[in-house]
Design a protein around this ligand. Structure first.
Ligand code: GLU
Length: 310
């Protein structure tokens, strides 16, 4: 028996103001953590140096404080730990699992369009709806790669997905929330659907996927609670964990708070920002009620999953 407390984390990106969707996520996460007697951490996911600002970070802390969400230990700021992600990338490079991909988003789109008009069949898209990377430059010789790199051609480090999958056994994770299709319990990971994902770029030396798995492991996270929009990304996270020899947390993907148009809230929708609601005189309890969390109990499925584990 291990009597260390479980560890949960809330991991916002300070690239805009928190809205009702983030409030819901933070409140569910915090409540589940406290009910489990777990440690609750705040992680600031600010790898995108162009869009994240210290002012948004301060605002996040004020909004959480207002909502009654407290955290243990100092927040971990990803921008201060690029060396950790570089070390993970290096480990994958040593295994020859990454390669420089020189096609830009526009090149990929153009390739997919050409394929569709010439072949008459759709080019595959990833679970977020973006065309899968064609991977033509996977075959470039070392000499050709070096020539392009020294010519200053822009590239992103991509995971060679097929090769990576061959290196690990079939992967799954324990889901106490739900997939978009309503599945829970043991979920089989399907990273192949994502194709050769980006793990680092020249201007952002890590991707979300890489930073999140490295940090969850370094911080001893046992339970990842986050929105269902990240459900499919978990397949990539499980693969990276297996390749890097990192433990797998349990996952709980919760439902999303949708706007009146039925779409996911966005940080540009000012009217649902916590700051504007707070300035309009609403109390934390009003916000809890607005997101359907006025009661005390944890979501059913989560309580059941936890008690099943003892
Ligand atoms: N930083 C991500 C976001 O703000 C959340 C990442 C996670 O919880 O894994 O959407």
């Amino acid at each position: 028996m291990n009597d260390m407390p479980d560890v949960f984390r809330f991991a916002p990106s300070p690239n805009g103001e928190l809205h009702l969707g983030h409030a819901f996520s933070a409140l569910v996460n915090h409540r589940l953590a406290r009910e489990a007697g777990a440690t609750f951490l705040l992680r600031i996911e600010d790898i995108d140096r162009a869009r994240c600002t210290p002012a948004f970070e301060r605002q996040i802390e004020q909004d959480l404080f207002f909502l009654g969400v407290d955290w243990d230990d100092a927040p971990r700021r990803q921008s201060e730990h690029f060396a950790d992600y570089a070390a993970a990338l290096e480990a994958l490079a040593d295994e020859e699992l990454i390669y420089p991909g020189f096609m830009s988003r526009g090149d990929i789109r153009g390739f997919a369009d050409r394929h569709e008009s010439e072949e008459g069949t759709p080019w595959p898209v990833d679970p977020d709806g973006a065309p899968v990377y064609p991977g033509l430059d996977r075959q470039l010789s070392t000499k050709e790669r070096e020539r392009k790199m020294s010519n200053g051609e822009r590239f992103a480090w991509r995971l060679d997905m097929e090769k990576a999958i061959e290196r690990v056994p079939a992967l799954a994770w324990q889901e106490s929330g739900q997939s978009p299709a309503g599945d829970s319990g043991e979920i089989v990971a399907r990273p192949l659907e994502w194709g050769d994902v980006v793990l680092a770029r020249l201007d952002t030396p890590t991707s979300y996927h890489l930073a999140v798995v490295v940090d969850d492991a370094l911080q001893g996270v046992t339970d990842v609670v986050r929105g269902r929009d990240l459900f499919h990304a978990t397949s990539v996270h499980r693969l990276l964990q297996a390749l890097l020899g990192l433990p797998a947390p349990r996952y709980h993907h919760h439902g999303l708070i949708l706007g009146p148009d039925g779409r996911k809230l966005s940080k540009s929708l000012r009217d649902t920002s916590i700051r504007s609601l707070r300035e309009a005189g609403l109390a934390a309890e009003d916000i809890r009620r607005m997101v359907g969390l006025a009661g005390r109990s944890a979501p059913e499925s989560f309580s059941r999953a936890r008690s099943a584990r003892g």
